[in-house]
Design a protein around this ligand. Structure first.
Ligand code: KG4
Ligand code: ZN
Length: 335
């Protein structure tokens, strides 16, 4: 170490490319300070297709990541490891980030930290902060709807998951039916504002089932029928009824789960955790339990490299670094 250089200056560069956001961050290991963070989102490019086109996403990462990386050179000498999302996600986009991580690892002579994207979402709660556990986490994103009990970085147990589509994905599909664009979450949430959520009555998925699990394919079909049977002017009311039912489903299952596992601290993470209606309804659900609700700042709810960098600090301190030859890409891996 150079004379006078603080230990806190040791940094990790993190890369995220699991779906349609190209992002790089630099985080100080000891202080957890976020030194640099940039994200180039591809939303506009995919919007015309109503969803992410993997090959297009891959090509756009190949353009955007080197562009962002060129701004990170001033910190190269302080880097101790390169963190990269290697699971789960789209195979053709994960490989873009992993290939860049390998090239950096070879050229800078430092190891790689493979990071699970879902752990990254959980650590989006703790950017520039100490982590607090134990924690019950509801992860709602485009790819996942999961209830997870988290005791530490290495002790995470999925206690409920979706049987088909995810919460965020169902917003994307409803937005596509209405030809609103992509991503559907913010578009549906906006359309539903000040609309009448009671004009259309959709059945809450699995409401009679004792299972603690999620399902959105049936609700999606109910919405499709309503969209097909009505004029555009009814779309705001359909969007509001859909958002209410989709969220009610999460709440009903959580309520059931809380009977055997009373909540102390619950967090909502993932892109769809930005939904303000969901946040409000969750606060109502937790009030009688006197439980705390943890949320990530809005800018870190959707995919970003800052959360990967924050998770990577834990991985680094636990010695999870690996040689560039041994990192694998696992598109389907869960937690
Ligand atoms: O976490 P994320 O950026 O990517 C994945 O890991 O999947 O989540 C993206 C998902 C998309 O499905 C998007 O429609 C949804 O999060 N989303 C929302 C909202 N903002 C984003 N869903 C509902 N309401 C929102 N406000
Ligand atoms: Zn994500």
């Amino acid at each position: 170490m150079a004379m006078g250089q603080r230990v806190g200056n040791a940094m990790i560069l993190s890369i995220e490319s699991s779906c349609d956001d190209s992002s790089i961050a630099i985080t100080e290991i000891v202080t957890k300070k976020l030194i640099y963070h940039k994200k180039i989102s591809q939303e506009l490019a995919h919007s015309v297709y109503g969803g992410v086109v993997p090959e297009l996403a891959s090509r756009l990462h190949a353009e955007a990541l080197p562009h962002i990386l060129s701004e990170c050179e001033p910190w190269f000498s302080q880097l101790k490891a390169i963190a990269v999302t290697n699971e789960p996600g789209l195979g053709v986009t994960l490989i873009e980030g992993v290939t860049m991580a390998k090239a950096l690892s070879i050229s800078l002579g430092i190891p790689i930290l493979p990071i699970n994207h879902l752990k990254g979402h959980i650590y989006s709660l703790f950017i520039e902060k100490e982590a607090i556990f134990p924690l019950t986490v509801l992860l709602v994103s485009g790819g996942h709807t999961q209830l997870i009990e988290v005791k530490s970085y290495t002790e995470m147990e999925t206690v409920a998951t979706t049987m088909d589509d995810s919460y965020g994905e169902s917003f994307d599909k409803v937005a596509k039916m209405m030809a609103l664009g992509y991503p559907g979450g913010p578009l549906i949430e906006k359309l539903a504002q000040s609309a009448d959520a009671s004009r259309f009555a959709f059945t809450v998925p699995l409401w009679q089932s004792p299972l603690i699990a999620f399902s959105y394919s049936g609700l999606k079909n109910q919405v499709r029928l309503a969209v097909e049977a009505n004029e555009r002017s009814a779309y705001p009311d359909i969007a509001a009824a859909f958002q209410k039912t989709a969220t009610e489903h999460l709440l009903q299952k959580l309520k059931k789960y809380f009977k055997s596992h009373p909540p102390v601290r619950l967090a909502i993470v993932g892109g769809a955790s930005a939904n303000l209606y969901l946040r409000e309804r969750m606060l109502e659900l937790l009030r009688p339990h006197n439980a705390e609700l943890l949320l990530s700042p809005l800018e870190y709810c959707s995919d970003n490299a800052a959360m990967i960098g924050r998770a990577a600090i834990e991985a680094y301190q636990m010695g999870h670094s690996c040689h560039y030859k041994s990192i694998s890409v696992n598109p389907r891996c869960k937690l």
